[in-house]
Write a protein that binds this ligand. Structure first.
Ligand code: PEP
Length: 253
């Protein structure tokens, strides 16, 4: 795996249009020289991936898909295969975003199948995990994260594990303006790396695995998140729709 540099991913969710995407990406391209030392990727909705990739051609900013199908091809109406995303130039793909888990039936087993499909197609999956407020308050944070992550780890070779990216996104922090505290993030990120190490026997890989934080990240919180040695980067939702805010977040890392 390449030496770790921070990874900042902008999840546009179901937002944008051809016109607004072009303005946003033009803004990011104009700022890109100021965050040359980090890896930056954006997640347009599926229909805009090709258009966004063409607007980003020749820049260091890549596209990430927001989701993928758990099967490789066939009679899955409305779904998008990993190979199609790879063909469109995506570098990463989100698997198990909490909105997919909560609203679209993405079980942890389904997320594991998606993780496998991503690797089979040469994409890097960013597996998202996170507890709800009720789970945190019931003392079930670690049990929840472990149940969400272990199925995805089970089928990976050491070489695949060494490419995997994790994102810790507490559900209660997503879109709420409420960023988890440094202590909460630090504790979970240590737990996740320990879980990867103990379940796979790959302590070195677990130690260098990129683990992102996501949940209401904005330019102000990015400043202290970037100083946390455990945090390998951020997954940004709302603030990634504004070129100035997203660029400022990128520059913090
Ligand atoms: C997300 O959806 O991945 C996310 C972190 O959203 P927001 O930054 O808007 O909380």
């Amino acid at each position: 795996q390449a030496p770790l540099n921070a990874l900042v991913v902008g999840n546009w969710k179901m937002n944008g249009s051809l016109a607004t995407n072009a303005t946003l990406l033009e803004g990011l391209r104009a700022e890109a020289a100021s965050f040359a030392n980090i890896t930056v990727s954006v997640c347009p909705p599926f229909p805009y991936l090709a258009h966004s990739a063409s607007l980003l051609a020749g820049s260091a900013i890549s596209c990430t898909a927001q989701n993928l199908c758990h099967e490789a091809a066939g009679a899955y109406t409305g779904e998008v295969a990993a190979s199609m995303l790879a063909e469109l130039g995506c570098r990463y793909v989100l698997a198990g975003h909490s909105e997919r888990r909560a609203m679209f039936g993405d079980s942890s087993e389904r997320v594991a199948a998606k993780t496998r499909m991503a690797f089979n197609a040469g994409l890097i999956p960013i597996v998202c995990v996170g507890e709800t407020l009720a789970q945190r308050e019931a003392g079930q944070t670690e049990a929840t994260l472990s149940a969400q992550l272990l199925p995805s780890l089970a089928s990976l070779s050491p070489a695949e594990l060494d490419k995997l990216v994790l994102a810790y996104e507490p559900v209660w922090a997503i879109g709420t303006g409420h960023v988890a505290s440094a202590e909460q993030i630090s504790s979970v990120l240590h737990y996740l790396r320990a879980l990867v190490a103990s379940s796979t026997g790959q302590a070195d890989i677990a130690q260098r695995m990129p683990v992102l934080y996501g949940g209401s990240v904005n330019p102000a919180s990015a400043q202290w998140l970037a100083k946390m040695p455990e945090v390998s980067g951020v997954l940004v939702g709302g603030a990634s729709l504004n070129a100035r805010d997203f660029s400022e977040i990128c520059r913090s890392f």
